[in-house]
Design a protein around this ligand. Structure first.
Ligand SMILES: *[C@@H]1O[C@H](CO)[C@@H](O)[C@H](O)[C@H]1NC(C)=O
Ligand SMILES: *[C@@H]1O[C@H](CO)[C@@H](O)[C@H](O)[C@H]1NC(C)=O
Ligand SMILES: *[C@@H]1O[C@H](CO)[C@@H](O)[C@H](O)[C@H]1NC(C)=O
Ligand SMILES: *[C@@H]1O[C@H](CO)[C@@H](O)[C@H](O)[C@H]1NC(C)=O
Ligand SMILES: *[C@@H]1O[C@H](CO)[C@@H](O)[C@H](O)[C@H]1NC(C)=O
Ligand SMILES: *[C@@H]1O[C@H](CO)[C@@H](O)[C@H](O)[C@H]1NC(C)=O
Ligand SMILES: *[C@@H]1O[C@H](CO)[C@@H](O)[C@H](O)[C@H]1NC(C)=O
Length: 454
């Protein structure tokens, strides 16, 4: 049985909400007792007593007035904004079935069938935005009811960046898959630190359009005046992929890859067992200092292997579908560390990644530098490690000094002819030796029907 956490109305810490929360609790007990009396089996034992089928207006009135809004961003947890229940909707807990995505669903058993209501239009300070739960027949006064399914997302970073945008929205794809791809959202409500966001990067938007078979409607909550908005059905995500098993994540990436290829009209034709090697370039920060030399090194090694096709692609001027097309023809992706690498899950499963870092990142960049190792693992790819440039811009402080990161962050990447050539040969030999396996593997994974069975 899935383990369902119910949300806790009473918490033990000291805060100014304690009194109001306590009063709500008392009201709740009072109404609950009242309803219990109304529907008590005693009535069934006395068939002469009629059971009232409607709740009296004055009770409805009190219920509507008692809907209590709490800040979307709970500053008490600002030192641990991503842990446990997080600082977003902090009084509520997630539903977590083993190995699956963590989410909240309203109405549900754990919300006592109450709907999620938001007063959340502020785009600058999440502590000014608030949320509440309300019974459908006792929504707060002056609220707007929004029918259909609403996705409410919490993102600690950005909806424009490929990696961060994808991380925030992948859980909805996981939930979609859990529901056999039968539930499509009428709208998306996006929050960053509790602040409403209206923008969604074009790449992330296209991927979601592809996955959910339709346009992505980002809700500004503006059409509803100043009052609260209550959602007929809402699914809230605030934990990215946390808690999901690798196998479950792989199925989710399989689904997005499959949907993206259909959306972009990419077939499996042209996959004749050849090896696609793609140098995927970026501009500016973390670009190669000498692209033509890097290109020449890899082109030469590719040329030595029968059936190897070498391509150069510039991430800066490719549309979403261009990127999907490039990835569908790539078995070995050669690219500097950067958001463009998020595309790697769009290659066939078990494809290869070679990553490059400028000087200084290993010591100073923190765990975030491993995100493309992670997504490679989550989506079933082989990450063949990274080359780290030993040379780079001079930092006036000690090289381990955190202040150096501001210099290294946007550094550019040099090359080592010997190392690159040897590395390319090793990866090519490995891919070449598994080519037959890979080819049969591919033909099954590129079927035009995406697997949605949970
Ligand atoms: C509902 O809105 C009306 C008009 O804006 C206002 O006069 C009234 O006080 C509001 N009621 C509540 C309970 O907020
Ligand atoms: C999804 O499909 C499977 C198998 O067809 C079924 O057992 C399951 O109940 C379905 N789940 C939902 C949420 O529809
Ligand atoms: C790149 O390297 C080649 C060969 O070492 C050299 O001829 C060329 O000038 C370099 N280009 C740049 C922009 O440094
Ligand atoms: C894409 O951008 C690169 C530079 O980053 C440029 O060399 C190339 O010509 C551009 N391609 C197109 C089709 O605009
Ligand atoms: C380049 O790589 C090779 C092989 O790993 C290594 O032996 C050599 O020291 C490197 N050269 C430089 C200049 O770092
Ligand atoms: C690639 O694999 C084939 C056998 O499938 C083998 O004959 C060939 O030598 C391999 N090439 C390289 C460069 O490893
Ligand atoms: C995946 O790739 C690895 C190494 O490149 C290889 O050992 C393995 O057999 C491949 N698996 C499939 C299913 O192709």
């Amino acid at each position: 049985m899935p383990h369902i956490h119910t949300h806790h109305l009473l918490k033990t810490h000291h805060n100014t909400h304690n009194l109001s929360v306590f009063i709500i609790f008392i009201l709740f007990i009072a109404f609950f007792t009242f309803f219990t009396i109304l529907i008590n089996p005693i009535n069934i034992n006395n068939p002469n007593k009629s059971i009232p089928t409607t709740i009296p207006d004055h009770i409805i009135h009190k219920l509507r007035l008692s809907v209590t809004f709490l800040p979307l961003k709970d500053l008490r947890f600002s030192h641990i904004p991503l842990q446990g229940h997080t600082w977003f909707m902090s009084s509520l807990y997630d539903t977590h079935q083993q190995g699956q995505v963590q989410f909240q669903k309203f109405p549900s058993q754990s919300s006592q069938n109450r709907l999620l209501c938001l007063m959340g239009r502020d785009t600058h300070d999440g502590s000014w935005n608030s949320y509440a739960l309300a019974w459908p027949d006792a929504l707060p006064y002056n609220s707007t009811f929004m029918p259909g399914l609403t996705f409410v997302s919490y993102n600690h970073y950005s909806y424009e960046n490929l990696w961060h945008g994808l991380s925030a929205l992948v859980p909805f794809v996981a939930w979609h898959r859990m529901n056999n791809c039968s539930r499509r959202p009428a709208r998306w409500v996006l929050y960053h630190w509790g602040e409403l966001r209206l923008g969604l990067g074009p790449w992330v938007r296209s991927l979601m359009e592809a996955t959910f078979d339709g346009p992505v409607n980002v809700e500004g909550l503006g059409g509803a005046g100043d009052g609260p908005v209550c959602f007929e059905e809402a699914v809230v995500m605030r934990h990215n992929e946390g808690g999901m098993w690798r196998e479950k994540r792989m199925e989710v990436y399989d689904l997005m890859r499959c949907k993206a290829r259909i959306y972009c009209g990419v077939g499996s034709e042209g996959r004749d067992g050849s090896i696609g090697m793609t140098l995927f370039l970026r501009r500016g920060a973390r670009s190669f200092k000498n692209q033509s030399v890097v290109e020449e090194i890899f082109r030469r090694e590719c040329g030595k292997v029968e059936g190897c096709r070498f391509m150069v692609a510039h991430s800066n001027n490719l549309t979403f579908c261009d990127q999907v097309k490039v990835m569908s023809k790539t078995d070995i992706l050669i690219s500097p560390h950067g958001a463009q690498l998020t595309n790697l899950f769009l290659m066939d499963r078990n494809s290869s990644v070679m990553e490059f870092f400028p000087k200084g990142w290993l010591k100073l960049a923190g765990v975030g530098q491993y995100v493309y190792h992670w997504i490679a693992s989550w989506s079933g790819m082989n990450h063949h490690g990274a080359w780290r440039d030993p040379n780079g811009d001079h930092c006036p402080y000690n090289e381990d000094d955190r202040r150096c990161m501001s210099i290294y962050k946007s550094g550019r990447i040099g090359h080592n002819r010997t190392y690159f050539a040897e590395w390319a040969r090793n990866v090519l030999a490995l891919v070449n030796s598994t080519k037959m396996v890979q080819t049969s593997f591919k033909s099954t994974s590129s079927s035009p029907i995406c697997n949605c069975a949970s």
